[in-house]
Write a protein that binds this ligand. Structure first.
Ligand code: DX5
Ligand code: ZN
Length: 228
């Protein structure tokens, strides 16, 4: 493992206990969680609905942990400004929803947010590799977007490796995030393939089988172990 790589976890708060969100955030701060993943779904790009700008506003008022906003929505250019307000967030869009993805990326950057692409499992690296220099992060969807609790699509590990190899060969400063079934068993392979940011949902931090603090301790220990 390259010593300079830092592995970060980004808990997917759509999986959090909404009735005890303050406590969830308290634990994020206690365990030095560096990002908070917020899945925004509009029922059009994906069949599900989840969170929105008001939710992001509440989280941003409660904590200084940066938001890692994943827009699974259509008509992104119209909504990006609403999400750019929250202390320099990552904002990831699915490039196929924008007629001109590079313009959308420039819009995000112009609003002092950190742009990224979220890549559907069906989209090959070939289709977006020339856009990579324009973004700070690529979120590799390792399940079909839209729902928590799904199983890893194994071929996505190859896509992560391909991206890792491409950024190394081209000297592109790019973070690779993985999103979906980032489970205790899948994390080592995901990190080995090149993942830098782990979106942790029901498969790990928000697992129903574990105490939340134990899960956060386990996550931090696993990251330390795998980053060596
Ligand atoms: C799926 C979401 C994921 C999901 C991860 O569209 O983007 O963030 O919440 O949760 P698990 O770990 O259950 O796959
Ligand atoms: Zn997500």
């Amino acid at each position: 493992m390259n010593k300079t790589r830092i592995i970060q976890v980004s808990p997917s708060v759509m999986c959090a206990d909404f009735l005890h969100l303050d406590r969830e955030i308290e634990l994020f701060e206690k365990y030095n969680i560096p990002l908070i993943h917020v899945d925004i779904m509009d029922g059009h790009y994906v069949p599900n609905f989840t969170l929105g700008p008001d939710f992001c506003k509440k989280i941003a008022e409660r904590t200084s942990i940066p938001l890692d906003i994943h827009l699974m929505i259509e008509d992104v250019d119209n909504y990006i400004p609403q999400f750019a307000e929250f202390n320099k967030p990552f904002i990831c869009i699915h490039p196929e929803v924008s007629y001109h993805p590079l313009r959308s990326i420039e819009l995000i950057r112009s609003l002092n947010a950190r742009p990224g692409f979220a890549i559907d499992p069906s989209m090959p690296v070939e289709q977006f590799k020339y856009l990579l220099p324009a973004v700070d992060m690529v979120c590799v969807m390792t399940v079909n977007p839209g729902y928590a609790g799904q199983k890893l699509i194994p071929s996505m590990l190859e896509k992560i490796e391909e991206l890792d190899d491409y950024r190394s060969r081209k000297g592109i400063d790019l973070l690779i995030e993985v999103d979906g079934n980032v489970s205790w068993d899948n994390i080592p392979a995901m990190i080995k393939a090149g993942a830098d940011i782990l979106v942790a949902g029901t498969s790990s931090i928000f697992s129903r089988e574990m105490d939340r603090e134990d899960a956060m301790k386990k996550m931090n220990a696993l990251i330390l172990q795998e980053a060596e």
